[in-house]
Design a binder for this molecule. Sequence first.
Ligand code: ZN
Length: 440
Amino acid sequence: MRQRLQGAMLAVGLLILVSCTTIPKPASTGLLAGLTITVDAGHGHTRKTDHGRVGPSGEREEWVNLRIARELQKLLRQNGAKVIMTREKDEDVNLAARASIAISNQSDFLISIHHNGSFNDTTLDFPLAYIWGDAAQNPASVDLGRAILNRVDQKLKFQSGDGSGVYSDFLIYNEGTSILRNTNPILPGVIGEMGFFTNAAGEARMKDRQANHLEAQAYLQGLIDYAARGIPKAIPLKPVGSDFLRPDSPEIIFQLEDGQGGHAFDSGSIAVLVDGDTVPHEWDRVTGRLVATPPRCAHETVEVRVYGRNENGNALHPRRWDFLTMIGKENDWHGPWYVAIQRADSLRVLLNPADRDFAVKLDSTILWFERVLKAQSINPRGAEAEYRLGQLYEMRADWLKDDLAKEKALDHFNRVIAFYPTSKFVQPAKDEKVVLEEVF
Ligand SMILES: [Zn+2]
């Protein structure tokens, strides 16, 4: 009996030992599993330089930010997320670096942890989430901010909680905050400002470690609530890799995933913007294919964004995709200058304004002369290329009523004189006029 009791006690002791030393295993099946989340603790190491971000009893915002960021890091890891920290101690990390940490680690979300201050009105104490710019253009960040604030409102008490909400960062800076502006083209993100340290009760809450823990939990729960509605994604299928928008098949194709294993989207919410304009699209809810047809475009790249909400109401983050056009692809040319000038010359002598596709041929000729200069700016026939470009742009101005081309022509003629002072090509060759007359 005695022996058996001892054995039982030993077993209990072992159990305690095991539970004390085992680090909680990350959940591999939770809603946050597989996500990469950058947690940014605002500011850092500014004690000597920044006397503003400090509460009435001396608690510094950057200390509170770091405590909550580390707490959140722990909670997110326990829930299976990969966490990237922009700082883990009281150090100064510049704003551009914080954004590039989030982007280079291919983060799914950015959570920037801050606390607010108002020396004008120390009665203010409410939580808010900043998103970058215009809410309509940034719907996923609004969704995320709202989800987090719902939990913050539940878990913490504020002195003027009615102000709680999502706000644009354009309200505080003309171009918004650096970290949101720089991450927004790639990933959704919010800056949380959970209460005011300039309010005495607000500062007391921020100093309270239990309240810090509740705040971190609110971020975690908000992220889980958000993820539970499915995190929709638009995956480009065409063009991909080194491919480009071909004039004969200019469609842009995305695969839309609703984040819940299907393609359930609110079809009325889907829009494809090319260089800021909505273009026609076709949406197949069975396959999840979204096919957009942009108009012909004279730029080297087009900027594409996809909008849409899954059937649970979560919005796609309209990240920016830059696709190469055929013009861009051609400009990608890395051949030698003398090959380019040969090609340019042969195109030039065939130019005829009577041709139906004169404009296309003219632009193509211009392109090849520009390549001569791009491939090697110092080359024996550089002045000639500049002079020809002047002529061709003049032609464009005259025949296609293009005023901008007139300026470009003048620019090239001026460059011939200014940059090639001894070039024989400053004076055109004697037969120049004859050649041009033959062409037309
Ligand atoms: Zn701050």
